[in-house]
Design a protein around this ligand. Structure first.
Ligand code: C2O
Ligand code: CU
Ligand code: CU
Length: 504
């Protein structure tokens, strides 16, 4: 054998062995990446329903809440105490509730060892009250935002928004619901007994390492943290006993990266009655509802006496498939919550055929178009900077925003202060579940969504609102931009100088 031949054989062997090892490793990673708790869940824990936050009403009508950000410990599993963060408790926070037209004030105290913020996701309010990365609350400090609720009844939520650290703060337990009520919704025959036939369902995925949370990102997960099990309102393997024929679930995806495709284990349908910003025009029959991080949906499901059914998250093909789908969780399935109907059920009134009008623009009066290209490395090719205003919007105008996912990584898009109408998904009319008021929209790989929104808040050229990907790892990496609302003819001010040093 010539020397060349021998060398060739050795090289080929080495390449084949490395190839097999890599292939085997990849195969292992690929099959190991799929997670399912569907069909194997015991449902041994009664669902915790977050308490409704107490409030006091001042003489001028202001409703005042208190929220303390604090450290705690919680036994998610018997005998294993996990260290957590929470609002007014060990994990998550109470449900705040206010009426349209009411003045609200929230007295926030940060007793944590690091600075954080509290952002009112979905709320229309002045930029300085928004709780974004420009309203940091130092350890030991307080912050008291005030605003007047002026938007329809809806299921909103609150969570921290410190630039670069939002994922960690939410995962440790800082999140809660903020429910808004109004007269119109109050007159509709909808289930409305909180914790009875109207249930908050805060869904988070989680992984434990011993007694602690394991917040590590696994190999090849370019969307961020994915857990291997789920909990609702901080309860693992939850069940809820219900006593009414119709049960309303207020679904909130408070996970950091996971997209859920909710449905029922027995394939039963339900009525979708609301999206991020409130009620739809009319109930939409559905058997699946997909929620990416930050999105909400209100559904009403019909129960029969004595039966059980499971709210489940199913695999979905919205990531295209293959590796991307597998490593972003598209092949995963979870048993989320079991509903146990009583032997006899209280009859519920029939769902109304009409819920009301949407208060989001249809784009016909748009004064301006903007476009946003999404990449994990930034929006429109730029990483978030605390001291840079990316967009300046004129108060009182409607705009059309076109948002494109330029890559094969899934993203979503959230805009502070406003609710928008989705005009188009890839040039087509959106499906029924995307026809309501929204503040967050899933933007699957290589897809485009067109949104119409109206900026009605007070002008403040010096204080920006955010728009960003709500996959919190991406947001933390800098997939975020800032906009200010100004009066016509006014220019954006200089912002963030004070905070620039905390920017990443
Ligand atoms: Cu739910 Cu900018 O956040
Ligand atoms: Cu928000
Ligand atoms: Cu993203």
């Amino acid at each position: 054998m010539s020397r060349l031949k021998r060398v060739l054989i050795i090289v080929t062997t080495v390449v084949v062995v490395i190839g097999l090892a890599l292939g085997g490793g990849a195969l292992y990673l690929y099959s190991d990446a799929k997670v399912s708790t569907a069909g194997s869940t015991e449902f041994g824990n009664e669902l915790t329903v977050p308490p409704q936050a107490p409030s006091t009403v001042r003489r001028d009508g202001t409703r005042v809440f208190r929220l303390t950000m604090q450290e705690g410990r919680k036994e998610f599993r018997a005998g294993k105490s996990t260290s957590t963060w929470g609002f007014n408790g060990d994990f998550l926070g109470p449900t705040l509730r206010a009426e349209r037209g009411e003045k609200v004030e929230v007295q926030i105290r940060n007793t944590l060892g690091e600075e954080s913020t509290v952002h009112w996701h979905g709320m229309h309010l002045p930029a300085a009250m928004d709780g974004g990365p420009h309203q940091m609350v130092a350890p030991g400090a307080s912050w008291t935002p005030r605003w007047t609720v002026n938007q329809p009844a809806a299921t909103l939520w609150y969570h921290p928004h410190p630039h670069g650290r939002t994922e960690k703060h939410v995962q440790r337990g800082l999140a809660g619901m903020f429910l808004l009520d109004d007269d119109r919704a109050g007159r509709l025959a909808l289930p409305r007994s909180y914790g009875v036939d109207d249930l908050p369902v805060i869904v988070q995925d989680v992984r434990f390492k011993g007694a602690s949370f394991d917040h590590g990102h696994q190999l090849l997960r370019d969307t961020g943290f994915l857990g291997d099990r789920t909990m609702v309102n901080g309860t693992l393997d939850p069940y809820k006993a219900v006593g009414d024929e119709l049960v309303r679930l207020r679904l909130l995806n408070a996970s950091t990266a996971r997209v859920y495709d909710f449905g029922f284990s027995d394939g039963r349908g339900f009525a979708l009655i609301g999206t991020d910003g409130g009620l739809l025009e009319k109930p939409a029959p559905a058997d699946r509802i997909q929620l990416s991080p930050g999105e909400r949906a209100e559904i009403v499901v019909r129960m029969k006496a004595g039966e059980r059914t499971v709210l489940r998250s199913f695999p979905h093909d919205s990531y295209g498939g293959g590796w991307q789908a597998r490593f972003a969780g598209g092949d995963d399935s979870f048993d989320i919550l079991q509903l146990r109907a009583a032997k006899t059920l209280r009859p519920s009134p029939k769902l109304p055929g009409v819920l009301g009008d949407l208060e989001v623009p249809d784009g016909s009066d748009s004064a301006r178009e903007r476009s946003f290209g999404l990449l994990t490395t930034g929006i429109n090719g730029r990483k978030m900077r605390m001291d840079r205003i990316d967009e300046t919007v004129v108060r009182g105008t409607t705009e059309t925003w076109t948002v494109r996912n330029d890559h094969t990584t899934p993203h979503n898009f959230h805009v502070h202060d406003v609710q928008f109408r989705i005009l188009e998904v890839d040039g087509k009319e959106p499906p029924p579940e995307l026809r309501g008021a929204k503040d967050t929209v899933f933007v699957p790989p290589l897809k485009t969504v067109k949104l119409a929104m109206r900026f009605d808040g007070p002008a403040d050229p010096d204080t920006p609102y955010m728009y960003h990907c709500h996959l919190l790892y991406h947001e933390d990496l800098g997939m975020m931009g800032q906009f200010v609302v100004v009066e016509k003819g006014q220019r954006a001010g200089k912002v963030g100088a004070r905070h620039a040093h905390t920017g990443h």
